[in-house]
Design a protein around this ligand. Structure first.
Ligand code: MN
Ligand code: MN
Length: 319
């Protein structure tokens, strides 16, 4: 192909084509930004997460320089190609309006339903963690699903000051969905002030591995708490990483996972069953430095998608 003076520049996730799927042309992955942070307890800013992760992901374009799509990437660390032949689109952002949590969350559910109806894997980029509950509601006719949460915090508070839909309530709401068969939490280390959520977590049967336990046992062993052979919804709260690895988030804590530990835990979980949905939340660019957090988030998305689609790539099976 003759070099041209210009190339189109899309500010999309990994430069994937910016389109919806209503034209009937399928794609394996549909990225969906959810610039919502009205569920934040302390420091807002995660509404800027989708645009920051889009910018950081542009380093790793979906297209090669001759314009070919879905060629994948050669991962020098893994020594194999990843995501070859996996098609992706950026379906844009959920429309977020001010001062109305319920309608914003309802629109998030509708957007995920549209992705599922098109047969694509929904990949949500938040936004604060409150967006996971409306995403899970879209699976109402598609259960049972097991939620695997990578997080510093349990997010299992029933109600605080009249609020039940914030980012600290999200897994409690998830636990009430009849088609959510269970929840596994990996990387916990936050401070829990009240005993009610702890008792409720025990009563529900939350499966948990703390950050220290991930370090002691290794990420692969930590993934063994996840029931094998199930359909999983993976929810990655970026604050599961150490504060030094992911400073750009609303409620960071020291003592968190390394990038490699989280990467390996995601891989180990995905290998146990079938991933039907994925979100990455709580990237908050106002607290980030040098794009550390958004860049890490972008790479984690590729890692997670490789884990989800690995069995589709013949070259990967040999490796
Ligand atoms: Mn969370
Ligand atoms: Mn958290």
């Amino acid at each position: 192909m003759t070099p041209t003076a210009r190339r189109p520049q899309y500010r999309t996730f990994f430069g994937a084509p910016p389109r919806d799927l209503s034209d009937g042309r399928p794609a394996d992955v549909a990225f969906l930004g959810v610039p919502f942070d009205l569920g934040t307890t302390l420091r807002p800013g995660a509404r800027f997460g989708p645009s920051a992760v889009r910018a950081a992901s542009a380093w790793s374009s979906y297209y090669t320089h001759d314009g070919n799509a879905a060629g994948g990437w050669y991962d020098l660390d893994l020594r194999r190609w990843i995501l070859r032949g996996v098609t992706m689109v950026d379906w844009g952002d959920v429309e977020i309006t001010p001062a109305d949590i319920t309608h914003n969350l309802d629109r998030t559910t509708v957007a995920v339903e549209e992705v599922l109806e098109a047969g694509s894997l929904p990949v949500l980029i938040g936004g604060d963690h409150a967006i996971t509950y409306p995403a899970l509601r879209a699976f109402a006719e598609r259960g049972p699903i097991h939620v695997v949460q990578f997080d510093t915090h349990q997010d299992f508070v029933d109600e605080r000051q009249g609020t039940r839909l914030g980012h600290g309530n999200v897994m409690r709401r998830a636990s009430e969905l009849p088609y959510v068969s269970g929840i596994s939490q990996i990387g916990l280390r936050g401070l829990q002030k009240y005993s009610e959520p702890l008792k409720a977590a025990d009563a529900y049967g939350l499966r948990t591995v703390s950050a220290s336990e991930v370090r002691m046992r290794g990420p692969e062993a930590a993934a063994n708490i996840v029931p094998p052979g199930a359909s999983y919804y993976l929810s990655v709260d970026i604050d599961v990483l150490d504060i030094a690895v992911a400073p750009g988030t609303g409620t960071p804590e020291p003592g968190g996972l390394s990038y490699a530990e989280l990467r390996d835990a995601i891989r180990a979980v995905a290998a146990r069953g079938h991933v039907v949905g994925l979100d990455l939340v709580e990237v908050s660019p106002p607290y980030d430095w040098a794009e550390i957090t958004s860049r890490t988030a972008a790479r984690l998305l590729l890692v997670a998608l490789d884990a989800v689609f690995r069995d589709r790539d013949p070259a990967a099976r040999q490796g």
